[in-house]
Design a protein around this ligand. Structure first.
Ligand code: GTP
Ligand code: SPV
Ligand code: MN
Length: 626
C-alpha cells in the first residue's frame, strides 16, 4: 500500500468503514481522516455515504447517545446546548494567520503555529470512548459550477444528524472527483460532556479557521453556529475561494417573488444574524430558495444565484400560526425536525412568542426548569432561549422553490441589505445604481448586536454587508469585489436598502412585521419598471399612491398617509450622524476601503445638507415629490 494514511486507517477502522474511505481516490482525504483519528483517538469510526440507511442510522445514534430525545410528533427530536453555549462565540473564533500574512485588524486572529498547537492540544484524545462520524456533504447544488465538497469529522451525532437535514449528500460527488477533488475539512469534538450530554469545558471552547489549508477546528462546543462545519465555518473558507475565483459568497436569503401573469422574480437579501433573512425568505405566498447563505456567479453575462444549503437552521422565537403559517405547519406535522434550546413538557416543544399558552415548568437549556428559576448571576431564566432554533430540510416546506437543485442556479434581479437601525434609514429605498447601493446600504450597514452571538445584546456596531463575522479577506478588498461584481453585467441586479427596525420618538417600531411583504412587492414592480419612485437624498423611495394598492392586495389593510409620512420621512440629523460613524469606521478599521466608499458617503452628506437647507431637519416624502 503506497499511501501511509490508508495503512493507518486500515489498522483503526473495521473493514466496512475502511472500504468506504478507500473507495475514494483522494490522498488528502485519507490524510485528514487519519490525522483526526490519531489526534482525537476515537474508539470507533463510522463513515456515512449518501445511502438513506446511513442517514437513518445517524439519527438513531443521536437518540441512542441521548444527544437528542424524541418528541411526540413522529420525526421530531430535541437537542440542548449548554447554558453558556447558546450562540456563535465571536471571541473564541479566530483565523490562524501564517507568518508574513496579514488580515484586517478588525478580524480576530492568532499566529498559525501558536493557534494550531493550542487547538490541537485541546482536541487530543477527546474522542476516547466515543465514535467519530466521517461525513461527506456538498455546498451548492451537486454537479454544478457552485458545488464545493466538504468533509466533516465529528463526535457529535446531533451535529451529524443536523448536517443531513441542512446540506446535500456529497460522498458520491467527492468520489467522482477522485484525486483532483478539493474539499473543505472540518474537525469537531464536543469535548468533555456531562450526564446530560452537554459540553462542559466552555472556557476551552475554540473555533479556529486554518484557511491556508482549507480546514477548520472546533472544540468544546455544540451550538450549531460553532459546530455545523458547512454553515459559518465553511463560509469563511468559501469567501476566500470566491475572492480567488471572482464570484461572491454572501450571508443572504434567496426568494422567488410571485408577480403578474405568473412571473417569478428572484431576490436576495443580507441581514445580520437574527435581523430578518428567514422571516423575509418565508413570506407566505412566495417561493423560498434559501435563508442564510447564497453564492453568486456571473455566467454568460447574467447574475446567477444558488443556495449553499438545502435546509434551514432557523430562529423559532416569535414563530406563530398567524404570521408564519408555512413553517408553523412543518413544526407541527410528522417529518424530520430537530428543535434546539426550546422548552419541552410532556414531549411537546414550546418557545418564546409562539402566540399560545406555555407551561410553567419542563426541561430547557438550563436543565429542569420552572417559572422564576434564576441563573448563577441571579437573573431569571426564560422558558426557552431567544436563539432557540429548528433544523428542517427545505423540501419539507410547501412553498420550497422548485429550482433549489438546479445546477445552473437562478437569475437574480435584485438584492437588499438591512439591519437593526432604530434611528436613521427609511423602511425601504433603492440605490441610484449598483455601486451606490452596495456602498450606502451594504458597506454602511449599522445594526445592533443580537442574541445570535454570545455577549451583550443591542449594542450598535458597523457590520459590513451583514457578513463581517465571516469575512476572511481584507475588508476593503471584499467591498471592492462586490463593487466590481456588478460591473460584469449589462443589467446588474437592483440594490435596495431596507430597515424593519426603525422606531419613533417613543421607541415603538414604525412598521408591523408583515410590512416587509409590501416592500418586496414594490421592489418586484421596480425590477419590471412598473412604478416610479421619489428621489430622496439617500435613495429612491416609494410613492404613497403605489403603496396603497400593495398594502390592500398583499395584507388586506388600508395604508394611511400619516403612516407613510412617519415611516418615509428623511431624518437628516440621524442620517448625517450615521454617515459620520460609518466614515470614521472605514478610516480606522477598513484598510484599503475603496475610494468609491468615501466618495459615495461625501456625496450623500452633500445631498442631505442641501435638502436640509431647503426643507429642514425632517423631510416629509410628500415635500420631495414637489
Ligand atoms: P440568522 O438565522 O441568525 O442568520 O438570522 P435571520 O436573519 O434569518 O433572522 P430571522 O429572520 O429569523 O429574524 C430574527 C428576529 O427578527 C426574530 O426574532 C423576529 O421576530 C425578528 N423580526 C423579523 N422581522 C421583523 C420585523 O419586521 N420587525 C420586527 N420588529 N422584528 C422582526
Ligand atoms: C447566524 O448566526 O447567522 C445563523 C445561525 O444563521 S448560525 O450561524 O448557525 O449560528
Ligand atoms: Mn446566519
Amino acid at each position: 500500500m503506497a499511501n501511509p494514511h490508508l495503512e493507518l486507517l486500515k489498522s483503526k477502522l473495521d473493514d466496512a468503514n475502511y472500504q468506504k474511505l478507500a473507495a475514494i481516490d483522494n490522498e488528502r482525504l485519507h490524510e485528514f481522516v487519519a490525522d483526526a483519528v490519531q489526534l482525537c483517538e476515537p474508539d470507533a469510526v463510522r463513515v456515512a455515504t449518501d445511502a438513506p440507511e446511513d442517514m437513518k442510522q445517524t439519527r438513531q445514534m443521536a437518540l441512542d447517545l441521548r444527544e437528542e430525545k424524541a418528541l411526540t410528533v413522529d420525526g421530531h427530536t430535541v437537542h440542548f446546548d449548554g447554558i453558556n453555549d447558546q450562540g456563535r462565540d465571536r471571541a473564541a473564533t479566530k483565523y490562524l494567520v501564517p507568518p508574513g500574512d496579514t488580515l484586517s485588524k478588525a478580524l480576530n486572529q492568532v499566529g498559525r503555529e501558536e493557534g494550531l498547537a493550542e487547538v490541537r492540544g485541546l482536541l487530543k484524545g477527546t474522542m476516547k470512548g466515543r465514535t467519530m462520524a466521517v461525513r461527506f456533504l456538498t455546498l451548492g447544488p451537486n454537479k454544478s459550477p457552485f458545488s464545493i465538497s466538504c468533509v466533516e469529522c465529528t463526535d457529535s451525532f446531533y451535529v451529524s444528524h443536523s448536517l443531513d437535514l441542512l446540506y446535500r449528500q456529497g460522498y458520491e460527488e467527492l468520489k467522482r472527483h477522485g484525486a483532483d477533488g478539493r474539499f473543505f475539512a472540518i474537525l469537531h469534538s464536543a469535548g468533555k460532556l456531562d450526564d446530560r450530554m452537554i459540553s462542559v469545558e466552555e472556557d476551552k471552547r475554540r473555533i479556529y479557521i486554518d484557511h491556508s489549508v482549507d480546514k477548520v477546528y472546533s472544540v468544546n462546543t455544540q451550538y450549531g453556529g460553532n459546530t455545523l462545519g458547512l454553515k459559518k465555518l465553511a463560509l469563511r473558507l468559501t469567501i476566500r475561494k470566491a475572492d480567488r475565483e471572482g464570484w461572491l459568497a454572501e450571508h443572504m436569503f434567496l426568494l422567488g417573488v410571485q408577480g403578474k401573469g405568473g412571473r417569478k422574480t428572484y431576490m436576495a437579501g443580507a441581514f445580520p444574524s437574527a435581523c430578518g433573512k428567514t422571516s423575509t425568505a418565508m413570506l407566505p405566498g412566495e417561493k423560498i430558495l434559501g435563508d442564510d447563505i447564497a453564492y453568486f456567479r456571473a455566467i454568460d453575462g447574467r447574475c446567477m444565484a444558488a443556495n449553499a444549503e438545502s435546509g434551514i437552521f432557523g430562529i423559532i422565537q416569535n414563530v406563530t400560526a398567524k404570521d408564519d403559517p408555512t413553517i408553523w405547519d412543518v413544526l407541527h406535522r410528522p417529518g424530520e425536525v430537530i428543535f434546539s434550546n426550546i422548552l419541552v413538557k410532556d414531549s411537546t416543544p414550546y418557545w418564546l412568542g409562539m402566540g399560545q399558552e406555555t407551561p410553567e415548568d419542563g426541561e430547557n437549556f438550563s436543565g429542569q426548569w420552572h417559572k422564576g428559576k434564576t441563573n448563577a448571576k441571579g437573573a431569571e431564566i426564560p422558558l426557552a432561549h431567544k436563539n432557540a432554533r429548528y433544523a428542517v430540510a427545505l423540501h419539507a416546506l410547501a412553498n420550497c422553490d422548485p429550482e433549489l437543485e438546479n445546477p445552473a442556479g437562478v437569475e437574480l434581479s435584485a438584492l437588499m441589505y438591512g439591519g437593526r437601525d432604530a434611528k436613521a434609514s427609511v423602511p425601504c429605498q433603492q440605490g441610484f445604481n449598483w455601486q451606490h447601493g452596495i456602498v450606502l446600504y451594504g458597506a454602511s450597514l449599522e445594526t445592533e448586536t443580537t442574541f445570535a452571538t454570545i455577549g451583550k445584546e443591542g449594542v450598535p456596531e458597523i457590520n459590513l454587508m451583514s457578513i463581517q463575522d465571516f469575512l476572511a479577506i481584507p475588508l476593503g478588498k471584499y467591498i471592492q469585489n462586490n463593487i466590481d461584481f456588478g460591473a460584469k453585467f449589462e443589467k446588474a441586479p437592483l440594490v435596495f436598502g431596507v430597515n424593519y427596525f426603525l422606531r419613533d420618538a417613543d421607541g415603538k417600531f414604525v412598521n408591523g412585521v408583515r410590512d416587509k411583504h409590501v416592500w418586496i412587492k414594490w421592489m418586484e414592480l421596480r425590477v419590471h419598471g412598473e412604478v416610479d419612485a421619489i428621489k430622496a437624498p439617500t435613495g429612491l423611495i416609494p410613492r404613497y399612491e403605489d403603496l396603497v394598492p400593495l398594502f390592500e392586495q398583499t395584507l388586506g389593510t388600508k395604508y394611511m398617509e400619516a403612516d407613510y409620512v412617519k415611516q418615509f420621512t428623511i431624518r437628516v440629523p440621524e442620517n448625517l450622524a450615521k454617515l459620520g460613524r460609518v466614515e470614521a469606521y472605514h478610516r480606522e478599521h477598513v484598510s484599503g476601503s475603496p475610494q468609491a466608499v468615501y466618495e459615495t458617503l461625501a456625496a450623500t452628506r452633500k445631498r442631505l445638507e442641501e435638502a436640509k437647507a431647503k426643507h429642514g431637519d425632517y423631510i416629509s416624502p410628500l415635500d420631495l415629490m414637489a
